[in-house]
Design a binder for this molecule. Structure first.
Ligand code: HEC
Length: 181
């Protein structure tokens, strides 16, 4: 099936980019030494609590960099190869479904907005793993971007789905997704 080969090929590229594009060390100061009094700190502890949501959207946008190669900057996907996240019923529907997709990947026929795809998406729960925080942030971002307006995803919701699907070692199918609450 040709459509499964394209995503895998691209994924290899994405993975190798990820592998060499890891976090850069913030500075070269020796660990344990006190910062100079005039050092600029990356976080502002006086920021209001309300800013937490915004911070998570920003983080989500950063993490979305891992999805862009396939689902595109505007969430529209690539016709015939990668399904759209914009307006997708899988993104905006019950939250356990997009969480499980990111944790375990997907394979086989999947209908999105009336179009059937038959590709493969690898898991982010293992291997080049994403934390519960990263998954919550990226799904919060996707569920409220590209014209979507679904609720934010919490770290607790991700942890719950990770625990309840822990025995899974193969990508999900549409049938598996539909069985999720
Ligand atoms: C290497 C390409 C690739 C990357 C990277 C990728 N996906 Fe996917 N994704 C796919 C493919 C292919 C499918 C459809 C799988 C199928 O047909 O069974 C899919 C399906 C989906 C779906 C369900 C269908 C839809 O359009 O709503 C969601 C949700 C999703 N991906 C989210 C993500 C998120 C979030 C990321 C980043 C963390 C991501 N994907 C990264 C290729 C990719």
């Amino acid at each position: 099936m040709r459509s499964s080969i394209i995503p895998l090929t691209l994924l290899v590229g994405v993975l190798s980019l990820t592998a060499c594009g890891g976090d850069k060390p913030a500075d070269t100061a020796p660990a344990g030494s006190a910062p100079p009094a005039n050092a600029t700190t990356p976080t502002d502890s006086s920021a209001p609590v309300a800013a937490a949501g915004a911070a998570s959207m920003q983080k989500g946008q950063e993490v979305y960099g891992r999805c862009i190669a396939c689902h595109q900057q505007n969430g529209a996907g690539v016709p015939g190869a990668f399904p759209p996240l914009a307006g997708s019923e899988w993104i905006t529907g019950p939250v356990a479904r997009p969480i499980a997709i990111v944790l375990h990947g997907l394979q086989g026929e999947l209908t999105v907005k009336g179009t059937t795809y038959n590709g493969m998406m690898l898991a982010y729960g293992t291997g080049v793993a994403m934390t519960d925080e990263e998954i919550a942030a990226v799904l919060t971002y996707v569920r409220s971007s590209f014209g979507n307006s679904a609720s934010a995803v919490t770290v607790e919701e991700v942890a719950k789905v990770r625990a309840s699907t822990a025995g899974r070692s193969t990508p999900l199918t549409q049938k598996d997704l539909e069985a999720l609450p």
